[in-house]
Design a protein around this ligand. Structure first.
Ligand code: ZN
Length: 112
């Protein structure tokens, strides 16, 4: 079984090899003008992927959740994953509903 070391960082466009990304460039401009904090982050899209068997999730106190962050290549427009992180989260089922939906607020899997 292959091991993964998180966080996984992808800093080059898989299509053209560019390191220029649209959101990153916009963030840099805002940083230069002091409008956002140095460590502020933004992303085009965040995906939460719960690694879980829905039929057994009720027994799990925490489940692994893969968070993937996406940005867009400033040179060719390719949307690609720039960062993948693994977190633990508590399963939260919407009342009266069963999977497909485990709900995780973007960027804040514990909802606090
Ligand atoms: Zn590209």
């Amino acid at each position: 079984m292959a091991e993964l070391e998180f966080p996984l960082v992808f800093d080059q466009c898989p299509n053209c090899g560019s390191e220029r990304r649209i959101v990153e460039i916009l963030l840099e401009k805002e940083r230069e003008q002091g409008r956002i904090n140095k460590d502020a982050k933004a992303t085009v899209m965040i995906q939460n992927t719960a690694i879980v068997d829905p039929t057994r999730a009720g027994m799990a106190l925490t489940i692994p959740v893969l968070l993937t962050f996406y940005d867009i290549c400033a040179d060719c427009g390719t949307l690609y994953c720039v960062l993948a992180q693994l977190q633990k989260a508590m399963p939260q089922m919407a009342p009266g509903k069963q999977p497909p939906g485990f709900l995780f607020p973007p960027g804040n899997p514990r909802g606090n």
